[in-house]
Design a protein around this ligand. Structure first.
Ligand code: ADP
Length: 267
């Protein structure tokens, strides 16, 4: 009868509602946990250079007479640690800005991607030379696309910089550009040290580094790939990585030629 039908419906709705609430709570908890993890990672990363500076300064102050060479050496180390701290803060600010501004602050314009890649490689050439790494650019066609030039530059620069940093002596980095009627494709391939298979799933996570010592040595913060992935996603693109340890790594991204404005979700 009618009354029992209503009860059943109400019951069903209540149960659906409670399921939805449970789901949201689980999601919130996950968000909260990842935020906590992030904050604890950030604190740790920021503390590391400070700790080194403390140790260096304390040792200098603890010495009766400091030979000038030793003094210079310690001061140079302190200066390096300060640079490092600055780099971490800069990368963090970049990430946070992207998180907040997301859609609204995309500064989209028609950009000649060929020219953009040429400029990026030109800027990185001195660093590649230092590592004796050859930089190669292969453009299959002329590509003009709707991108945020500054953000896209940052994303590509991070990839090429990594390909240089995690390379071997006399290695190479090959950047290729291609397009079809819908997307453009950028690949950054290198002849470097590669990434172990179990690390591939985490490579885009904030602060993840395969080898902390090596990353530190080459001035890494563990935020570069997180920034790159953010930028690619803001352009509605995708990015993937393939790697063979000891042989090399290839990052491949696919970005729509036309910027698609996301439909607002209905309230
Ligand atoms: P980092 O500042 O440490 O370079 P990234 O987020 O840019 O941080 O990269 C994260 C980690 O991924 C690096 O520490 C390194 O272990 C690994 N990695 C990134 N790119 C490459 C590459 N081209 N070849 C080998 N390992 C790489």
């Amino acid at each position: 009868d009618l009354e029992s039908d209503i009860t059943v419906d109400t019951y069903r709705e209540t149960s659906l509602l409670s399921q939805a609430v449970k789901k949201s709570l689980t999601k919130l908890k996950a968000v909260d946990q990842s935020r906590q993890e992030f904050v604890s990672n950030v604190s740790h990363e920021l503390k590391t250079p400070i700790t080194s500076i403390r140790v260096l300064a304390d040792s200098l102050m603890g010495m009766e007479e400091v030979p000038v060479e030793l003094y210079r050496e310690f001061m140079a180390d302190i200066s390096d640690e300060i640079d490092r701290e600055n780099q971490i803060i800069e990368d963090l600010l970049t990430l946070v800005k992207m998180d907040k501004s997301a859609e609204s602050q995309m500064n989209i314009a028609q950009v000649n991607i060929n020219r953009q890649l040429e400029m990026i490689l030109k800027r990185l050439r001195p660093i590649a030379k230092r590592g004796n790494v050859e930089l190669i650019l292969e453009s299959m066609r002329e590509v003009t696309a709707d991108v945020d030039e500054v953000k896209m530059s940052l994303a590509i620069t991070n990839l090429v910089e990594n390909a240089i940093k995690y390379n071997v002596d006399s290695g190479w980095v090959r950047v290729t550009l291609d397009a079809d009627h819908k997307y453009f494709y950028i690949k950054v391939a290198d002849s470097g040290i590669g990434i172990p298979e179990d690390a591939l799933d985490h490579i885009f996570d904030r602060f993840f580094r395969v080898d902390k010592a090596r990353s530190r040595e080459v001035g890494g913060t563990g935020l570069g790939l997180a920034i790159t992935k953010n930028v690619v996603q803001m352009h509605r693109g995708v990015i993937d990585v393939e790697s063979v340890p000891g042989e090399g790594t290839t990052f491949a991204m696919r970005i729509p030629l036309t910027y698609i404005v996301r439909q607002e979700a209905r309230p």
